[in-house]
Design a protein around this ligand. Structure first.
Ligand code: GRF
Length: 209
């Protein structure tokens, strides 16, 4: 399933893994010309690991170490080593709840992407859908971006707007954003796998549409 593809994706996640599933299904359907080579999680019980194993995709728990919001040095080194051993071309964060630091960013420079549940640069950080609701915006959405040393701050690859409805609760809005994510993330990963995007400073240009 992964071996016939030359473009290999490594996924890092801490949660349910619905974005991983969207990407894996798009790979299986051929809409992303790539394969998921490996899924890593900082939580042994994360559903994303089960979702990977049911698809026959190698899935590993990496103990994150003593910090709460980042990986310690050993964990970071272990992640780098297994992703390199799996020869991944792209690292896609899909609900990974830890900030990645220097060594990891250098190891995969320009090859790490993330999905965030708001239209960045609005509402970076946690519970972005709730931030949007509390702020009273009429539109929010999701953003796929390259990862840099900041929080949700790297060059933007793609965005999909989602309206905020009068009777939305944090849950209903989050659900609608999640559905948009499952469309946007595979599209962006497919464009990267095809070599269809160019990064010029902060701007990401799609050579194709
Ligand atoms: C998504 O809402 C994503 O935007 C955020 O984490 C969540 C992951 O959801 N970064 P899932 O594990 O892919 O279902």
């Amino acid at each position: 399933m992964t071996s016939e593809h030359s473009f290999r994706i490594g996924i890092l996640g801490s949660g349910k893994g619905s974005n991983f599933v969207a990407i894996a299904e798009a790979c299986a359907a051929g809409t992303i010309p790539a394969g998921v080579a490996l899924v890593l999680s900082d939580l042994a019980e994360a559903e994303i690991l089960d979702r990977a194993r049911e698809r026959g995709i190698p899935a590993r728990f990496i103990a994150p170490g003593k910090f709460r919001t980042k990986l310690d040095e050993d964990a970071e080194r272990a992640c780098i080593d297994v992703l390199r051993a799996a020869r991944v071309d792209l690292v896609a964060l899909a609900g990974f709840m830890r900030v990645l630091k220097g060594d990891f960013l250098r190891a995969f420079e320009g090859r790490i992407v993330n999905i965030h549940p708001s239209l960045l640069p609005s509402f970076p950080g946690l519970e972005a859908w709730k931030q949007a609701l509390d702020h009273g915006v009429r539109f929010t959405g999701c953003t796929v971006h390259f990862v840099d040393a900041g929080v949700d701050s790297g060059p933007i690859i793609g965005q999909q707007p989602v309206p905020v409805l009068d009777d939305d609760t944090p849950e209903t809005l989050h659900r609608r954003i999640h559905s948009a994510e499952h469309e946007l993330y595979p599209k962006c990963v497919a464009a990267i796998a095809r070599g269809g995007i160019v990064v010029a400073g902060r701007r990401v240009v799609w050579k194709e549409n």
